[in-house]
Design a protein around this ligand. Structure first.
Ligand SMILES: [Zn+2]
Length: 397
């Protein structure tokens, strides 16, 4: 059985989630191997404690994976895993990503998902096959995958919905999550645990209600999901407010957060684990994550011609295999030629950097001092977010 232990240092905490496949040190960053593959790199090069796979996207392969003895044996990966139930991917396929939403970008392309009262219809973008996804078969899939942590089936909402629409969606999610919990408790493998998802968009009363629902039911952990607003500041308020409504003893996973600054602000205070496809995705576009010294926005676009003759590694302080072996000039050349080696090297560096950053976050929490980290990564002292939300005149966060 999994267990969560933690200790506070000031207002932030360090913790350990222990599971059958090992310990997850928190705060931690979780990379996404959505289809059972970490895009652009070998799983053996992944140095995080927890890996996310997606039930919706593994759905059609669940029996095959079960036949191998579960996702760990199938991937030959023996560290802890968590699977997303599908709700978040519905959002990704149907509406767009959280970061796009926060940046106000519009999703282009076809819709692959439609939501009904009891289920989501999902069309596989690759094969065109139509699947019906509901609480029971989401749980069935996650149990078959044999992940250490499942996530209850929910519906993720967009920031474009009205209060009434978000409220109805939250009620539907709660119904699906109860069905998920009941099915999971009866049918899980003995070591498996489940996270509930807090919905409620940007509205205080809904977040409070949803946090009470997940907090009081027998979920091992809490995932903060749904629309987190349309700006980084609003996202911060939504997550911090939601955390205040939750019982302290459950680990909190914040879905879809991968920017360094957002993690710096939330780590240990309102989130114990974070996941996002961002580090792998930007690697595929030739962008490396680096400290402030090399880029004010922590992004170095190695496709840029100014790196053509640059003999430095991506980040001279980084000890990943890409930085030990390659210059920026060589990576620039590989990326411009469209060589897959360049993308692999950046994927390794970005995933490594996320884990290195989390290690520095944990040191800063332990020392109750973020000065060194703040100047190194952001070039300035990051102000702590106020945790007071007592403005009675508005229900919006
Ligand atoms: Zn590196």
């Amino acid at each position: 059985m999994a267990k969560f232990t933690y200790k506070y240092f000031g207002s932030r905490r360090l913790g350990t989630i222990s599971s059958k496949h090992g310990d997850i040190i928190t705060p931690g960053f979780v990379s996404c191997a959505s289809h059972g593959a970490l895009k652009g790199m070998q799983l053996q090069d992944y140095c995080g404690d927890l890996l996310l796979v997606n039930a919706l996207l593994c759905y059609s392969k669940a029996d095959d994976i079960d036949n191998f003895g579960g996702i760990h044996k199938f991937m030959n990966y023996d560290k802890p895993t968590i699977s997303d139930s599908g709700g978040f991917q519905v959002f990704g396929l149907g509406v767009g990503s959280v970061s796009n939403e926060i940046k106000g970008k519009k999703q282009s392309g076809k819709k692959f998902v439609t939501a009904g009262k009891k289920s989501l219809s999902f069309r596989d973008p690759r094969t065109g096959t139509l699947y019906e996804f509901n609480a029971k078969n989401s749980m069935e899939t996650q149990i078959k995958l044999g992940v250490d942590f499942a996530i209850a089936f929910d519906e993720c909402t967009s920031a474009k919905l009205t209060y009434q629409q978000v409220k109805r969606s939250m009620q539907k999610s709660h119904q699906w999550e109860m069905e998920s919990l009941e099915y999971f408790k009866k049918n899980r493998k003995p070591y498996q645990e489940i996270y509930g998802v807090v919905q409620g968009g940007i509205y205080k009363d809904l977040r409070r209600k949803s946090a009470n629902f997940v907090g009081q039911n027998d979920f091992f952990g809490v995932a903060i999901g749904g629309s987190l607003g349309t700006s980084s500041e609003q996202m911060m308020r939504v997550v911090l407010y939601t955390k205040q409504q939750l019982p302290d003893h459950k680990p909190i996973h914040v879905l879809g957060i991968g920017f360094l600054l957002d993690i710096r602000r939330l780590a240990g205070i309102a989130g114990d684990t974070f996941d996002c496809v961002h580090p792998s995705r930007i690697a595929r576009h030739g962008i490396a994550i680096v400290p402030f010294e090399f880029s004010e926005k922590n992004r170095l676009n190695l496709r840029n011609k100014r790196f053509k003759l640059d003999k430095l590694p991506i980040d001279p302080e980084c000890s990943c295999s890409s930085c030990k072996n390659y210059s920026r000039g060589y990576l620039h050349y590989l990326l411009k030629r469209g060589e897959i080696t360049g993308i692999i090297a950046l994927s390794i560096h970005n995933n490594f950097t996320m884990q290195r950053f989390m290690g520095e976050i944990r040191d800063a929490i332990r020392n109750e001092n973020f000065d060194e980290l703040d100047y190194k990564w952001f070039g300035r002292k990051i102000q702590e977010q106020p945790m007071i939300f007592d403005n009675p005149s508005t229900n919006e966060l």
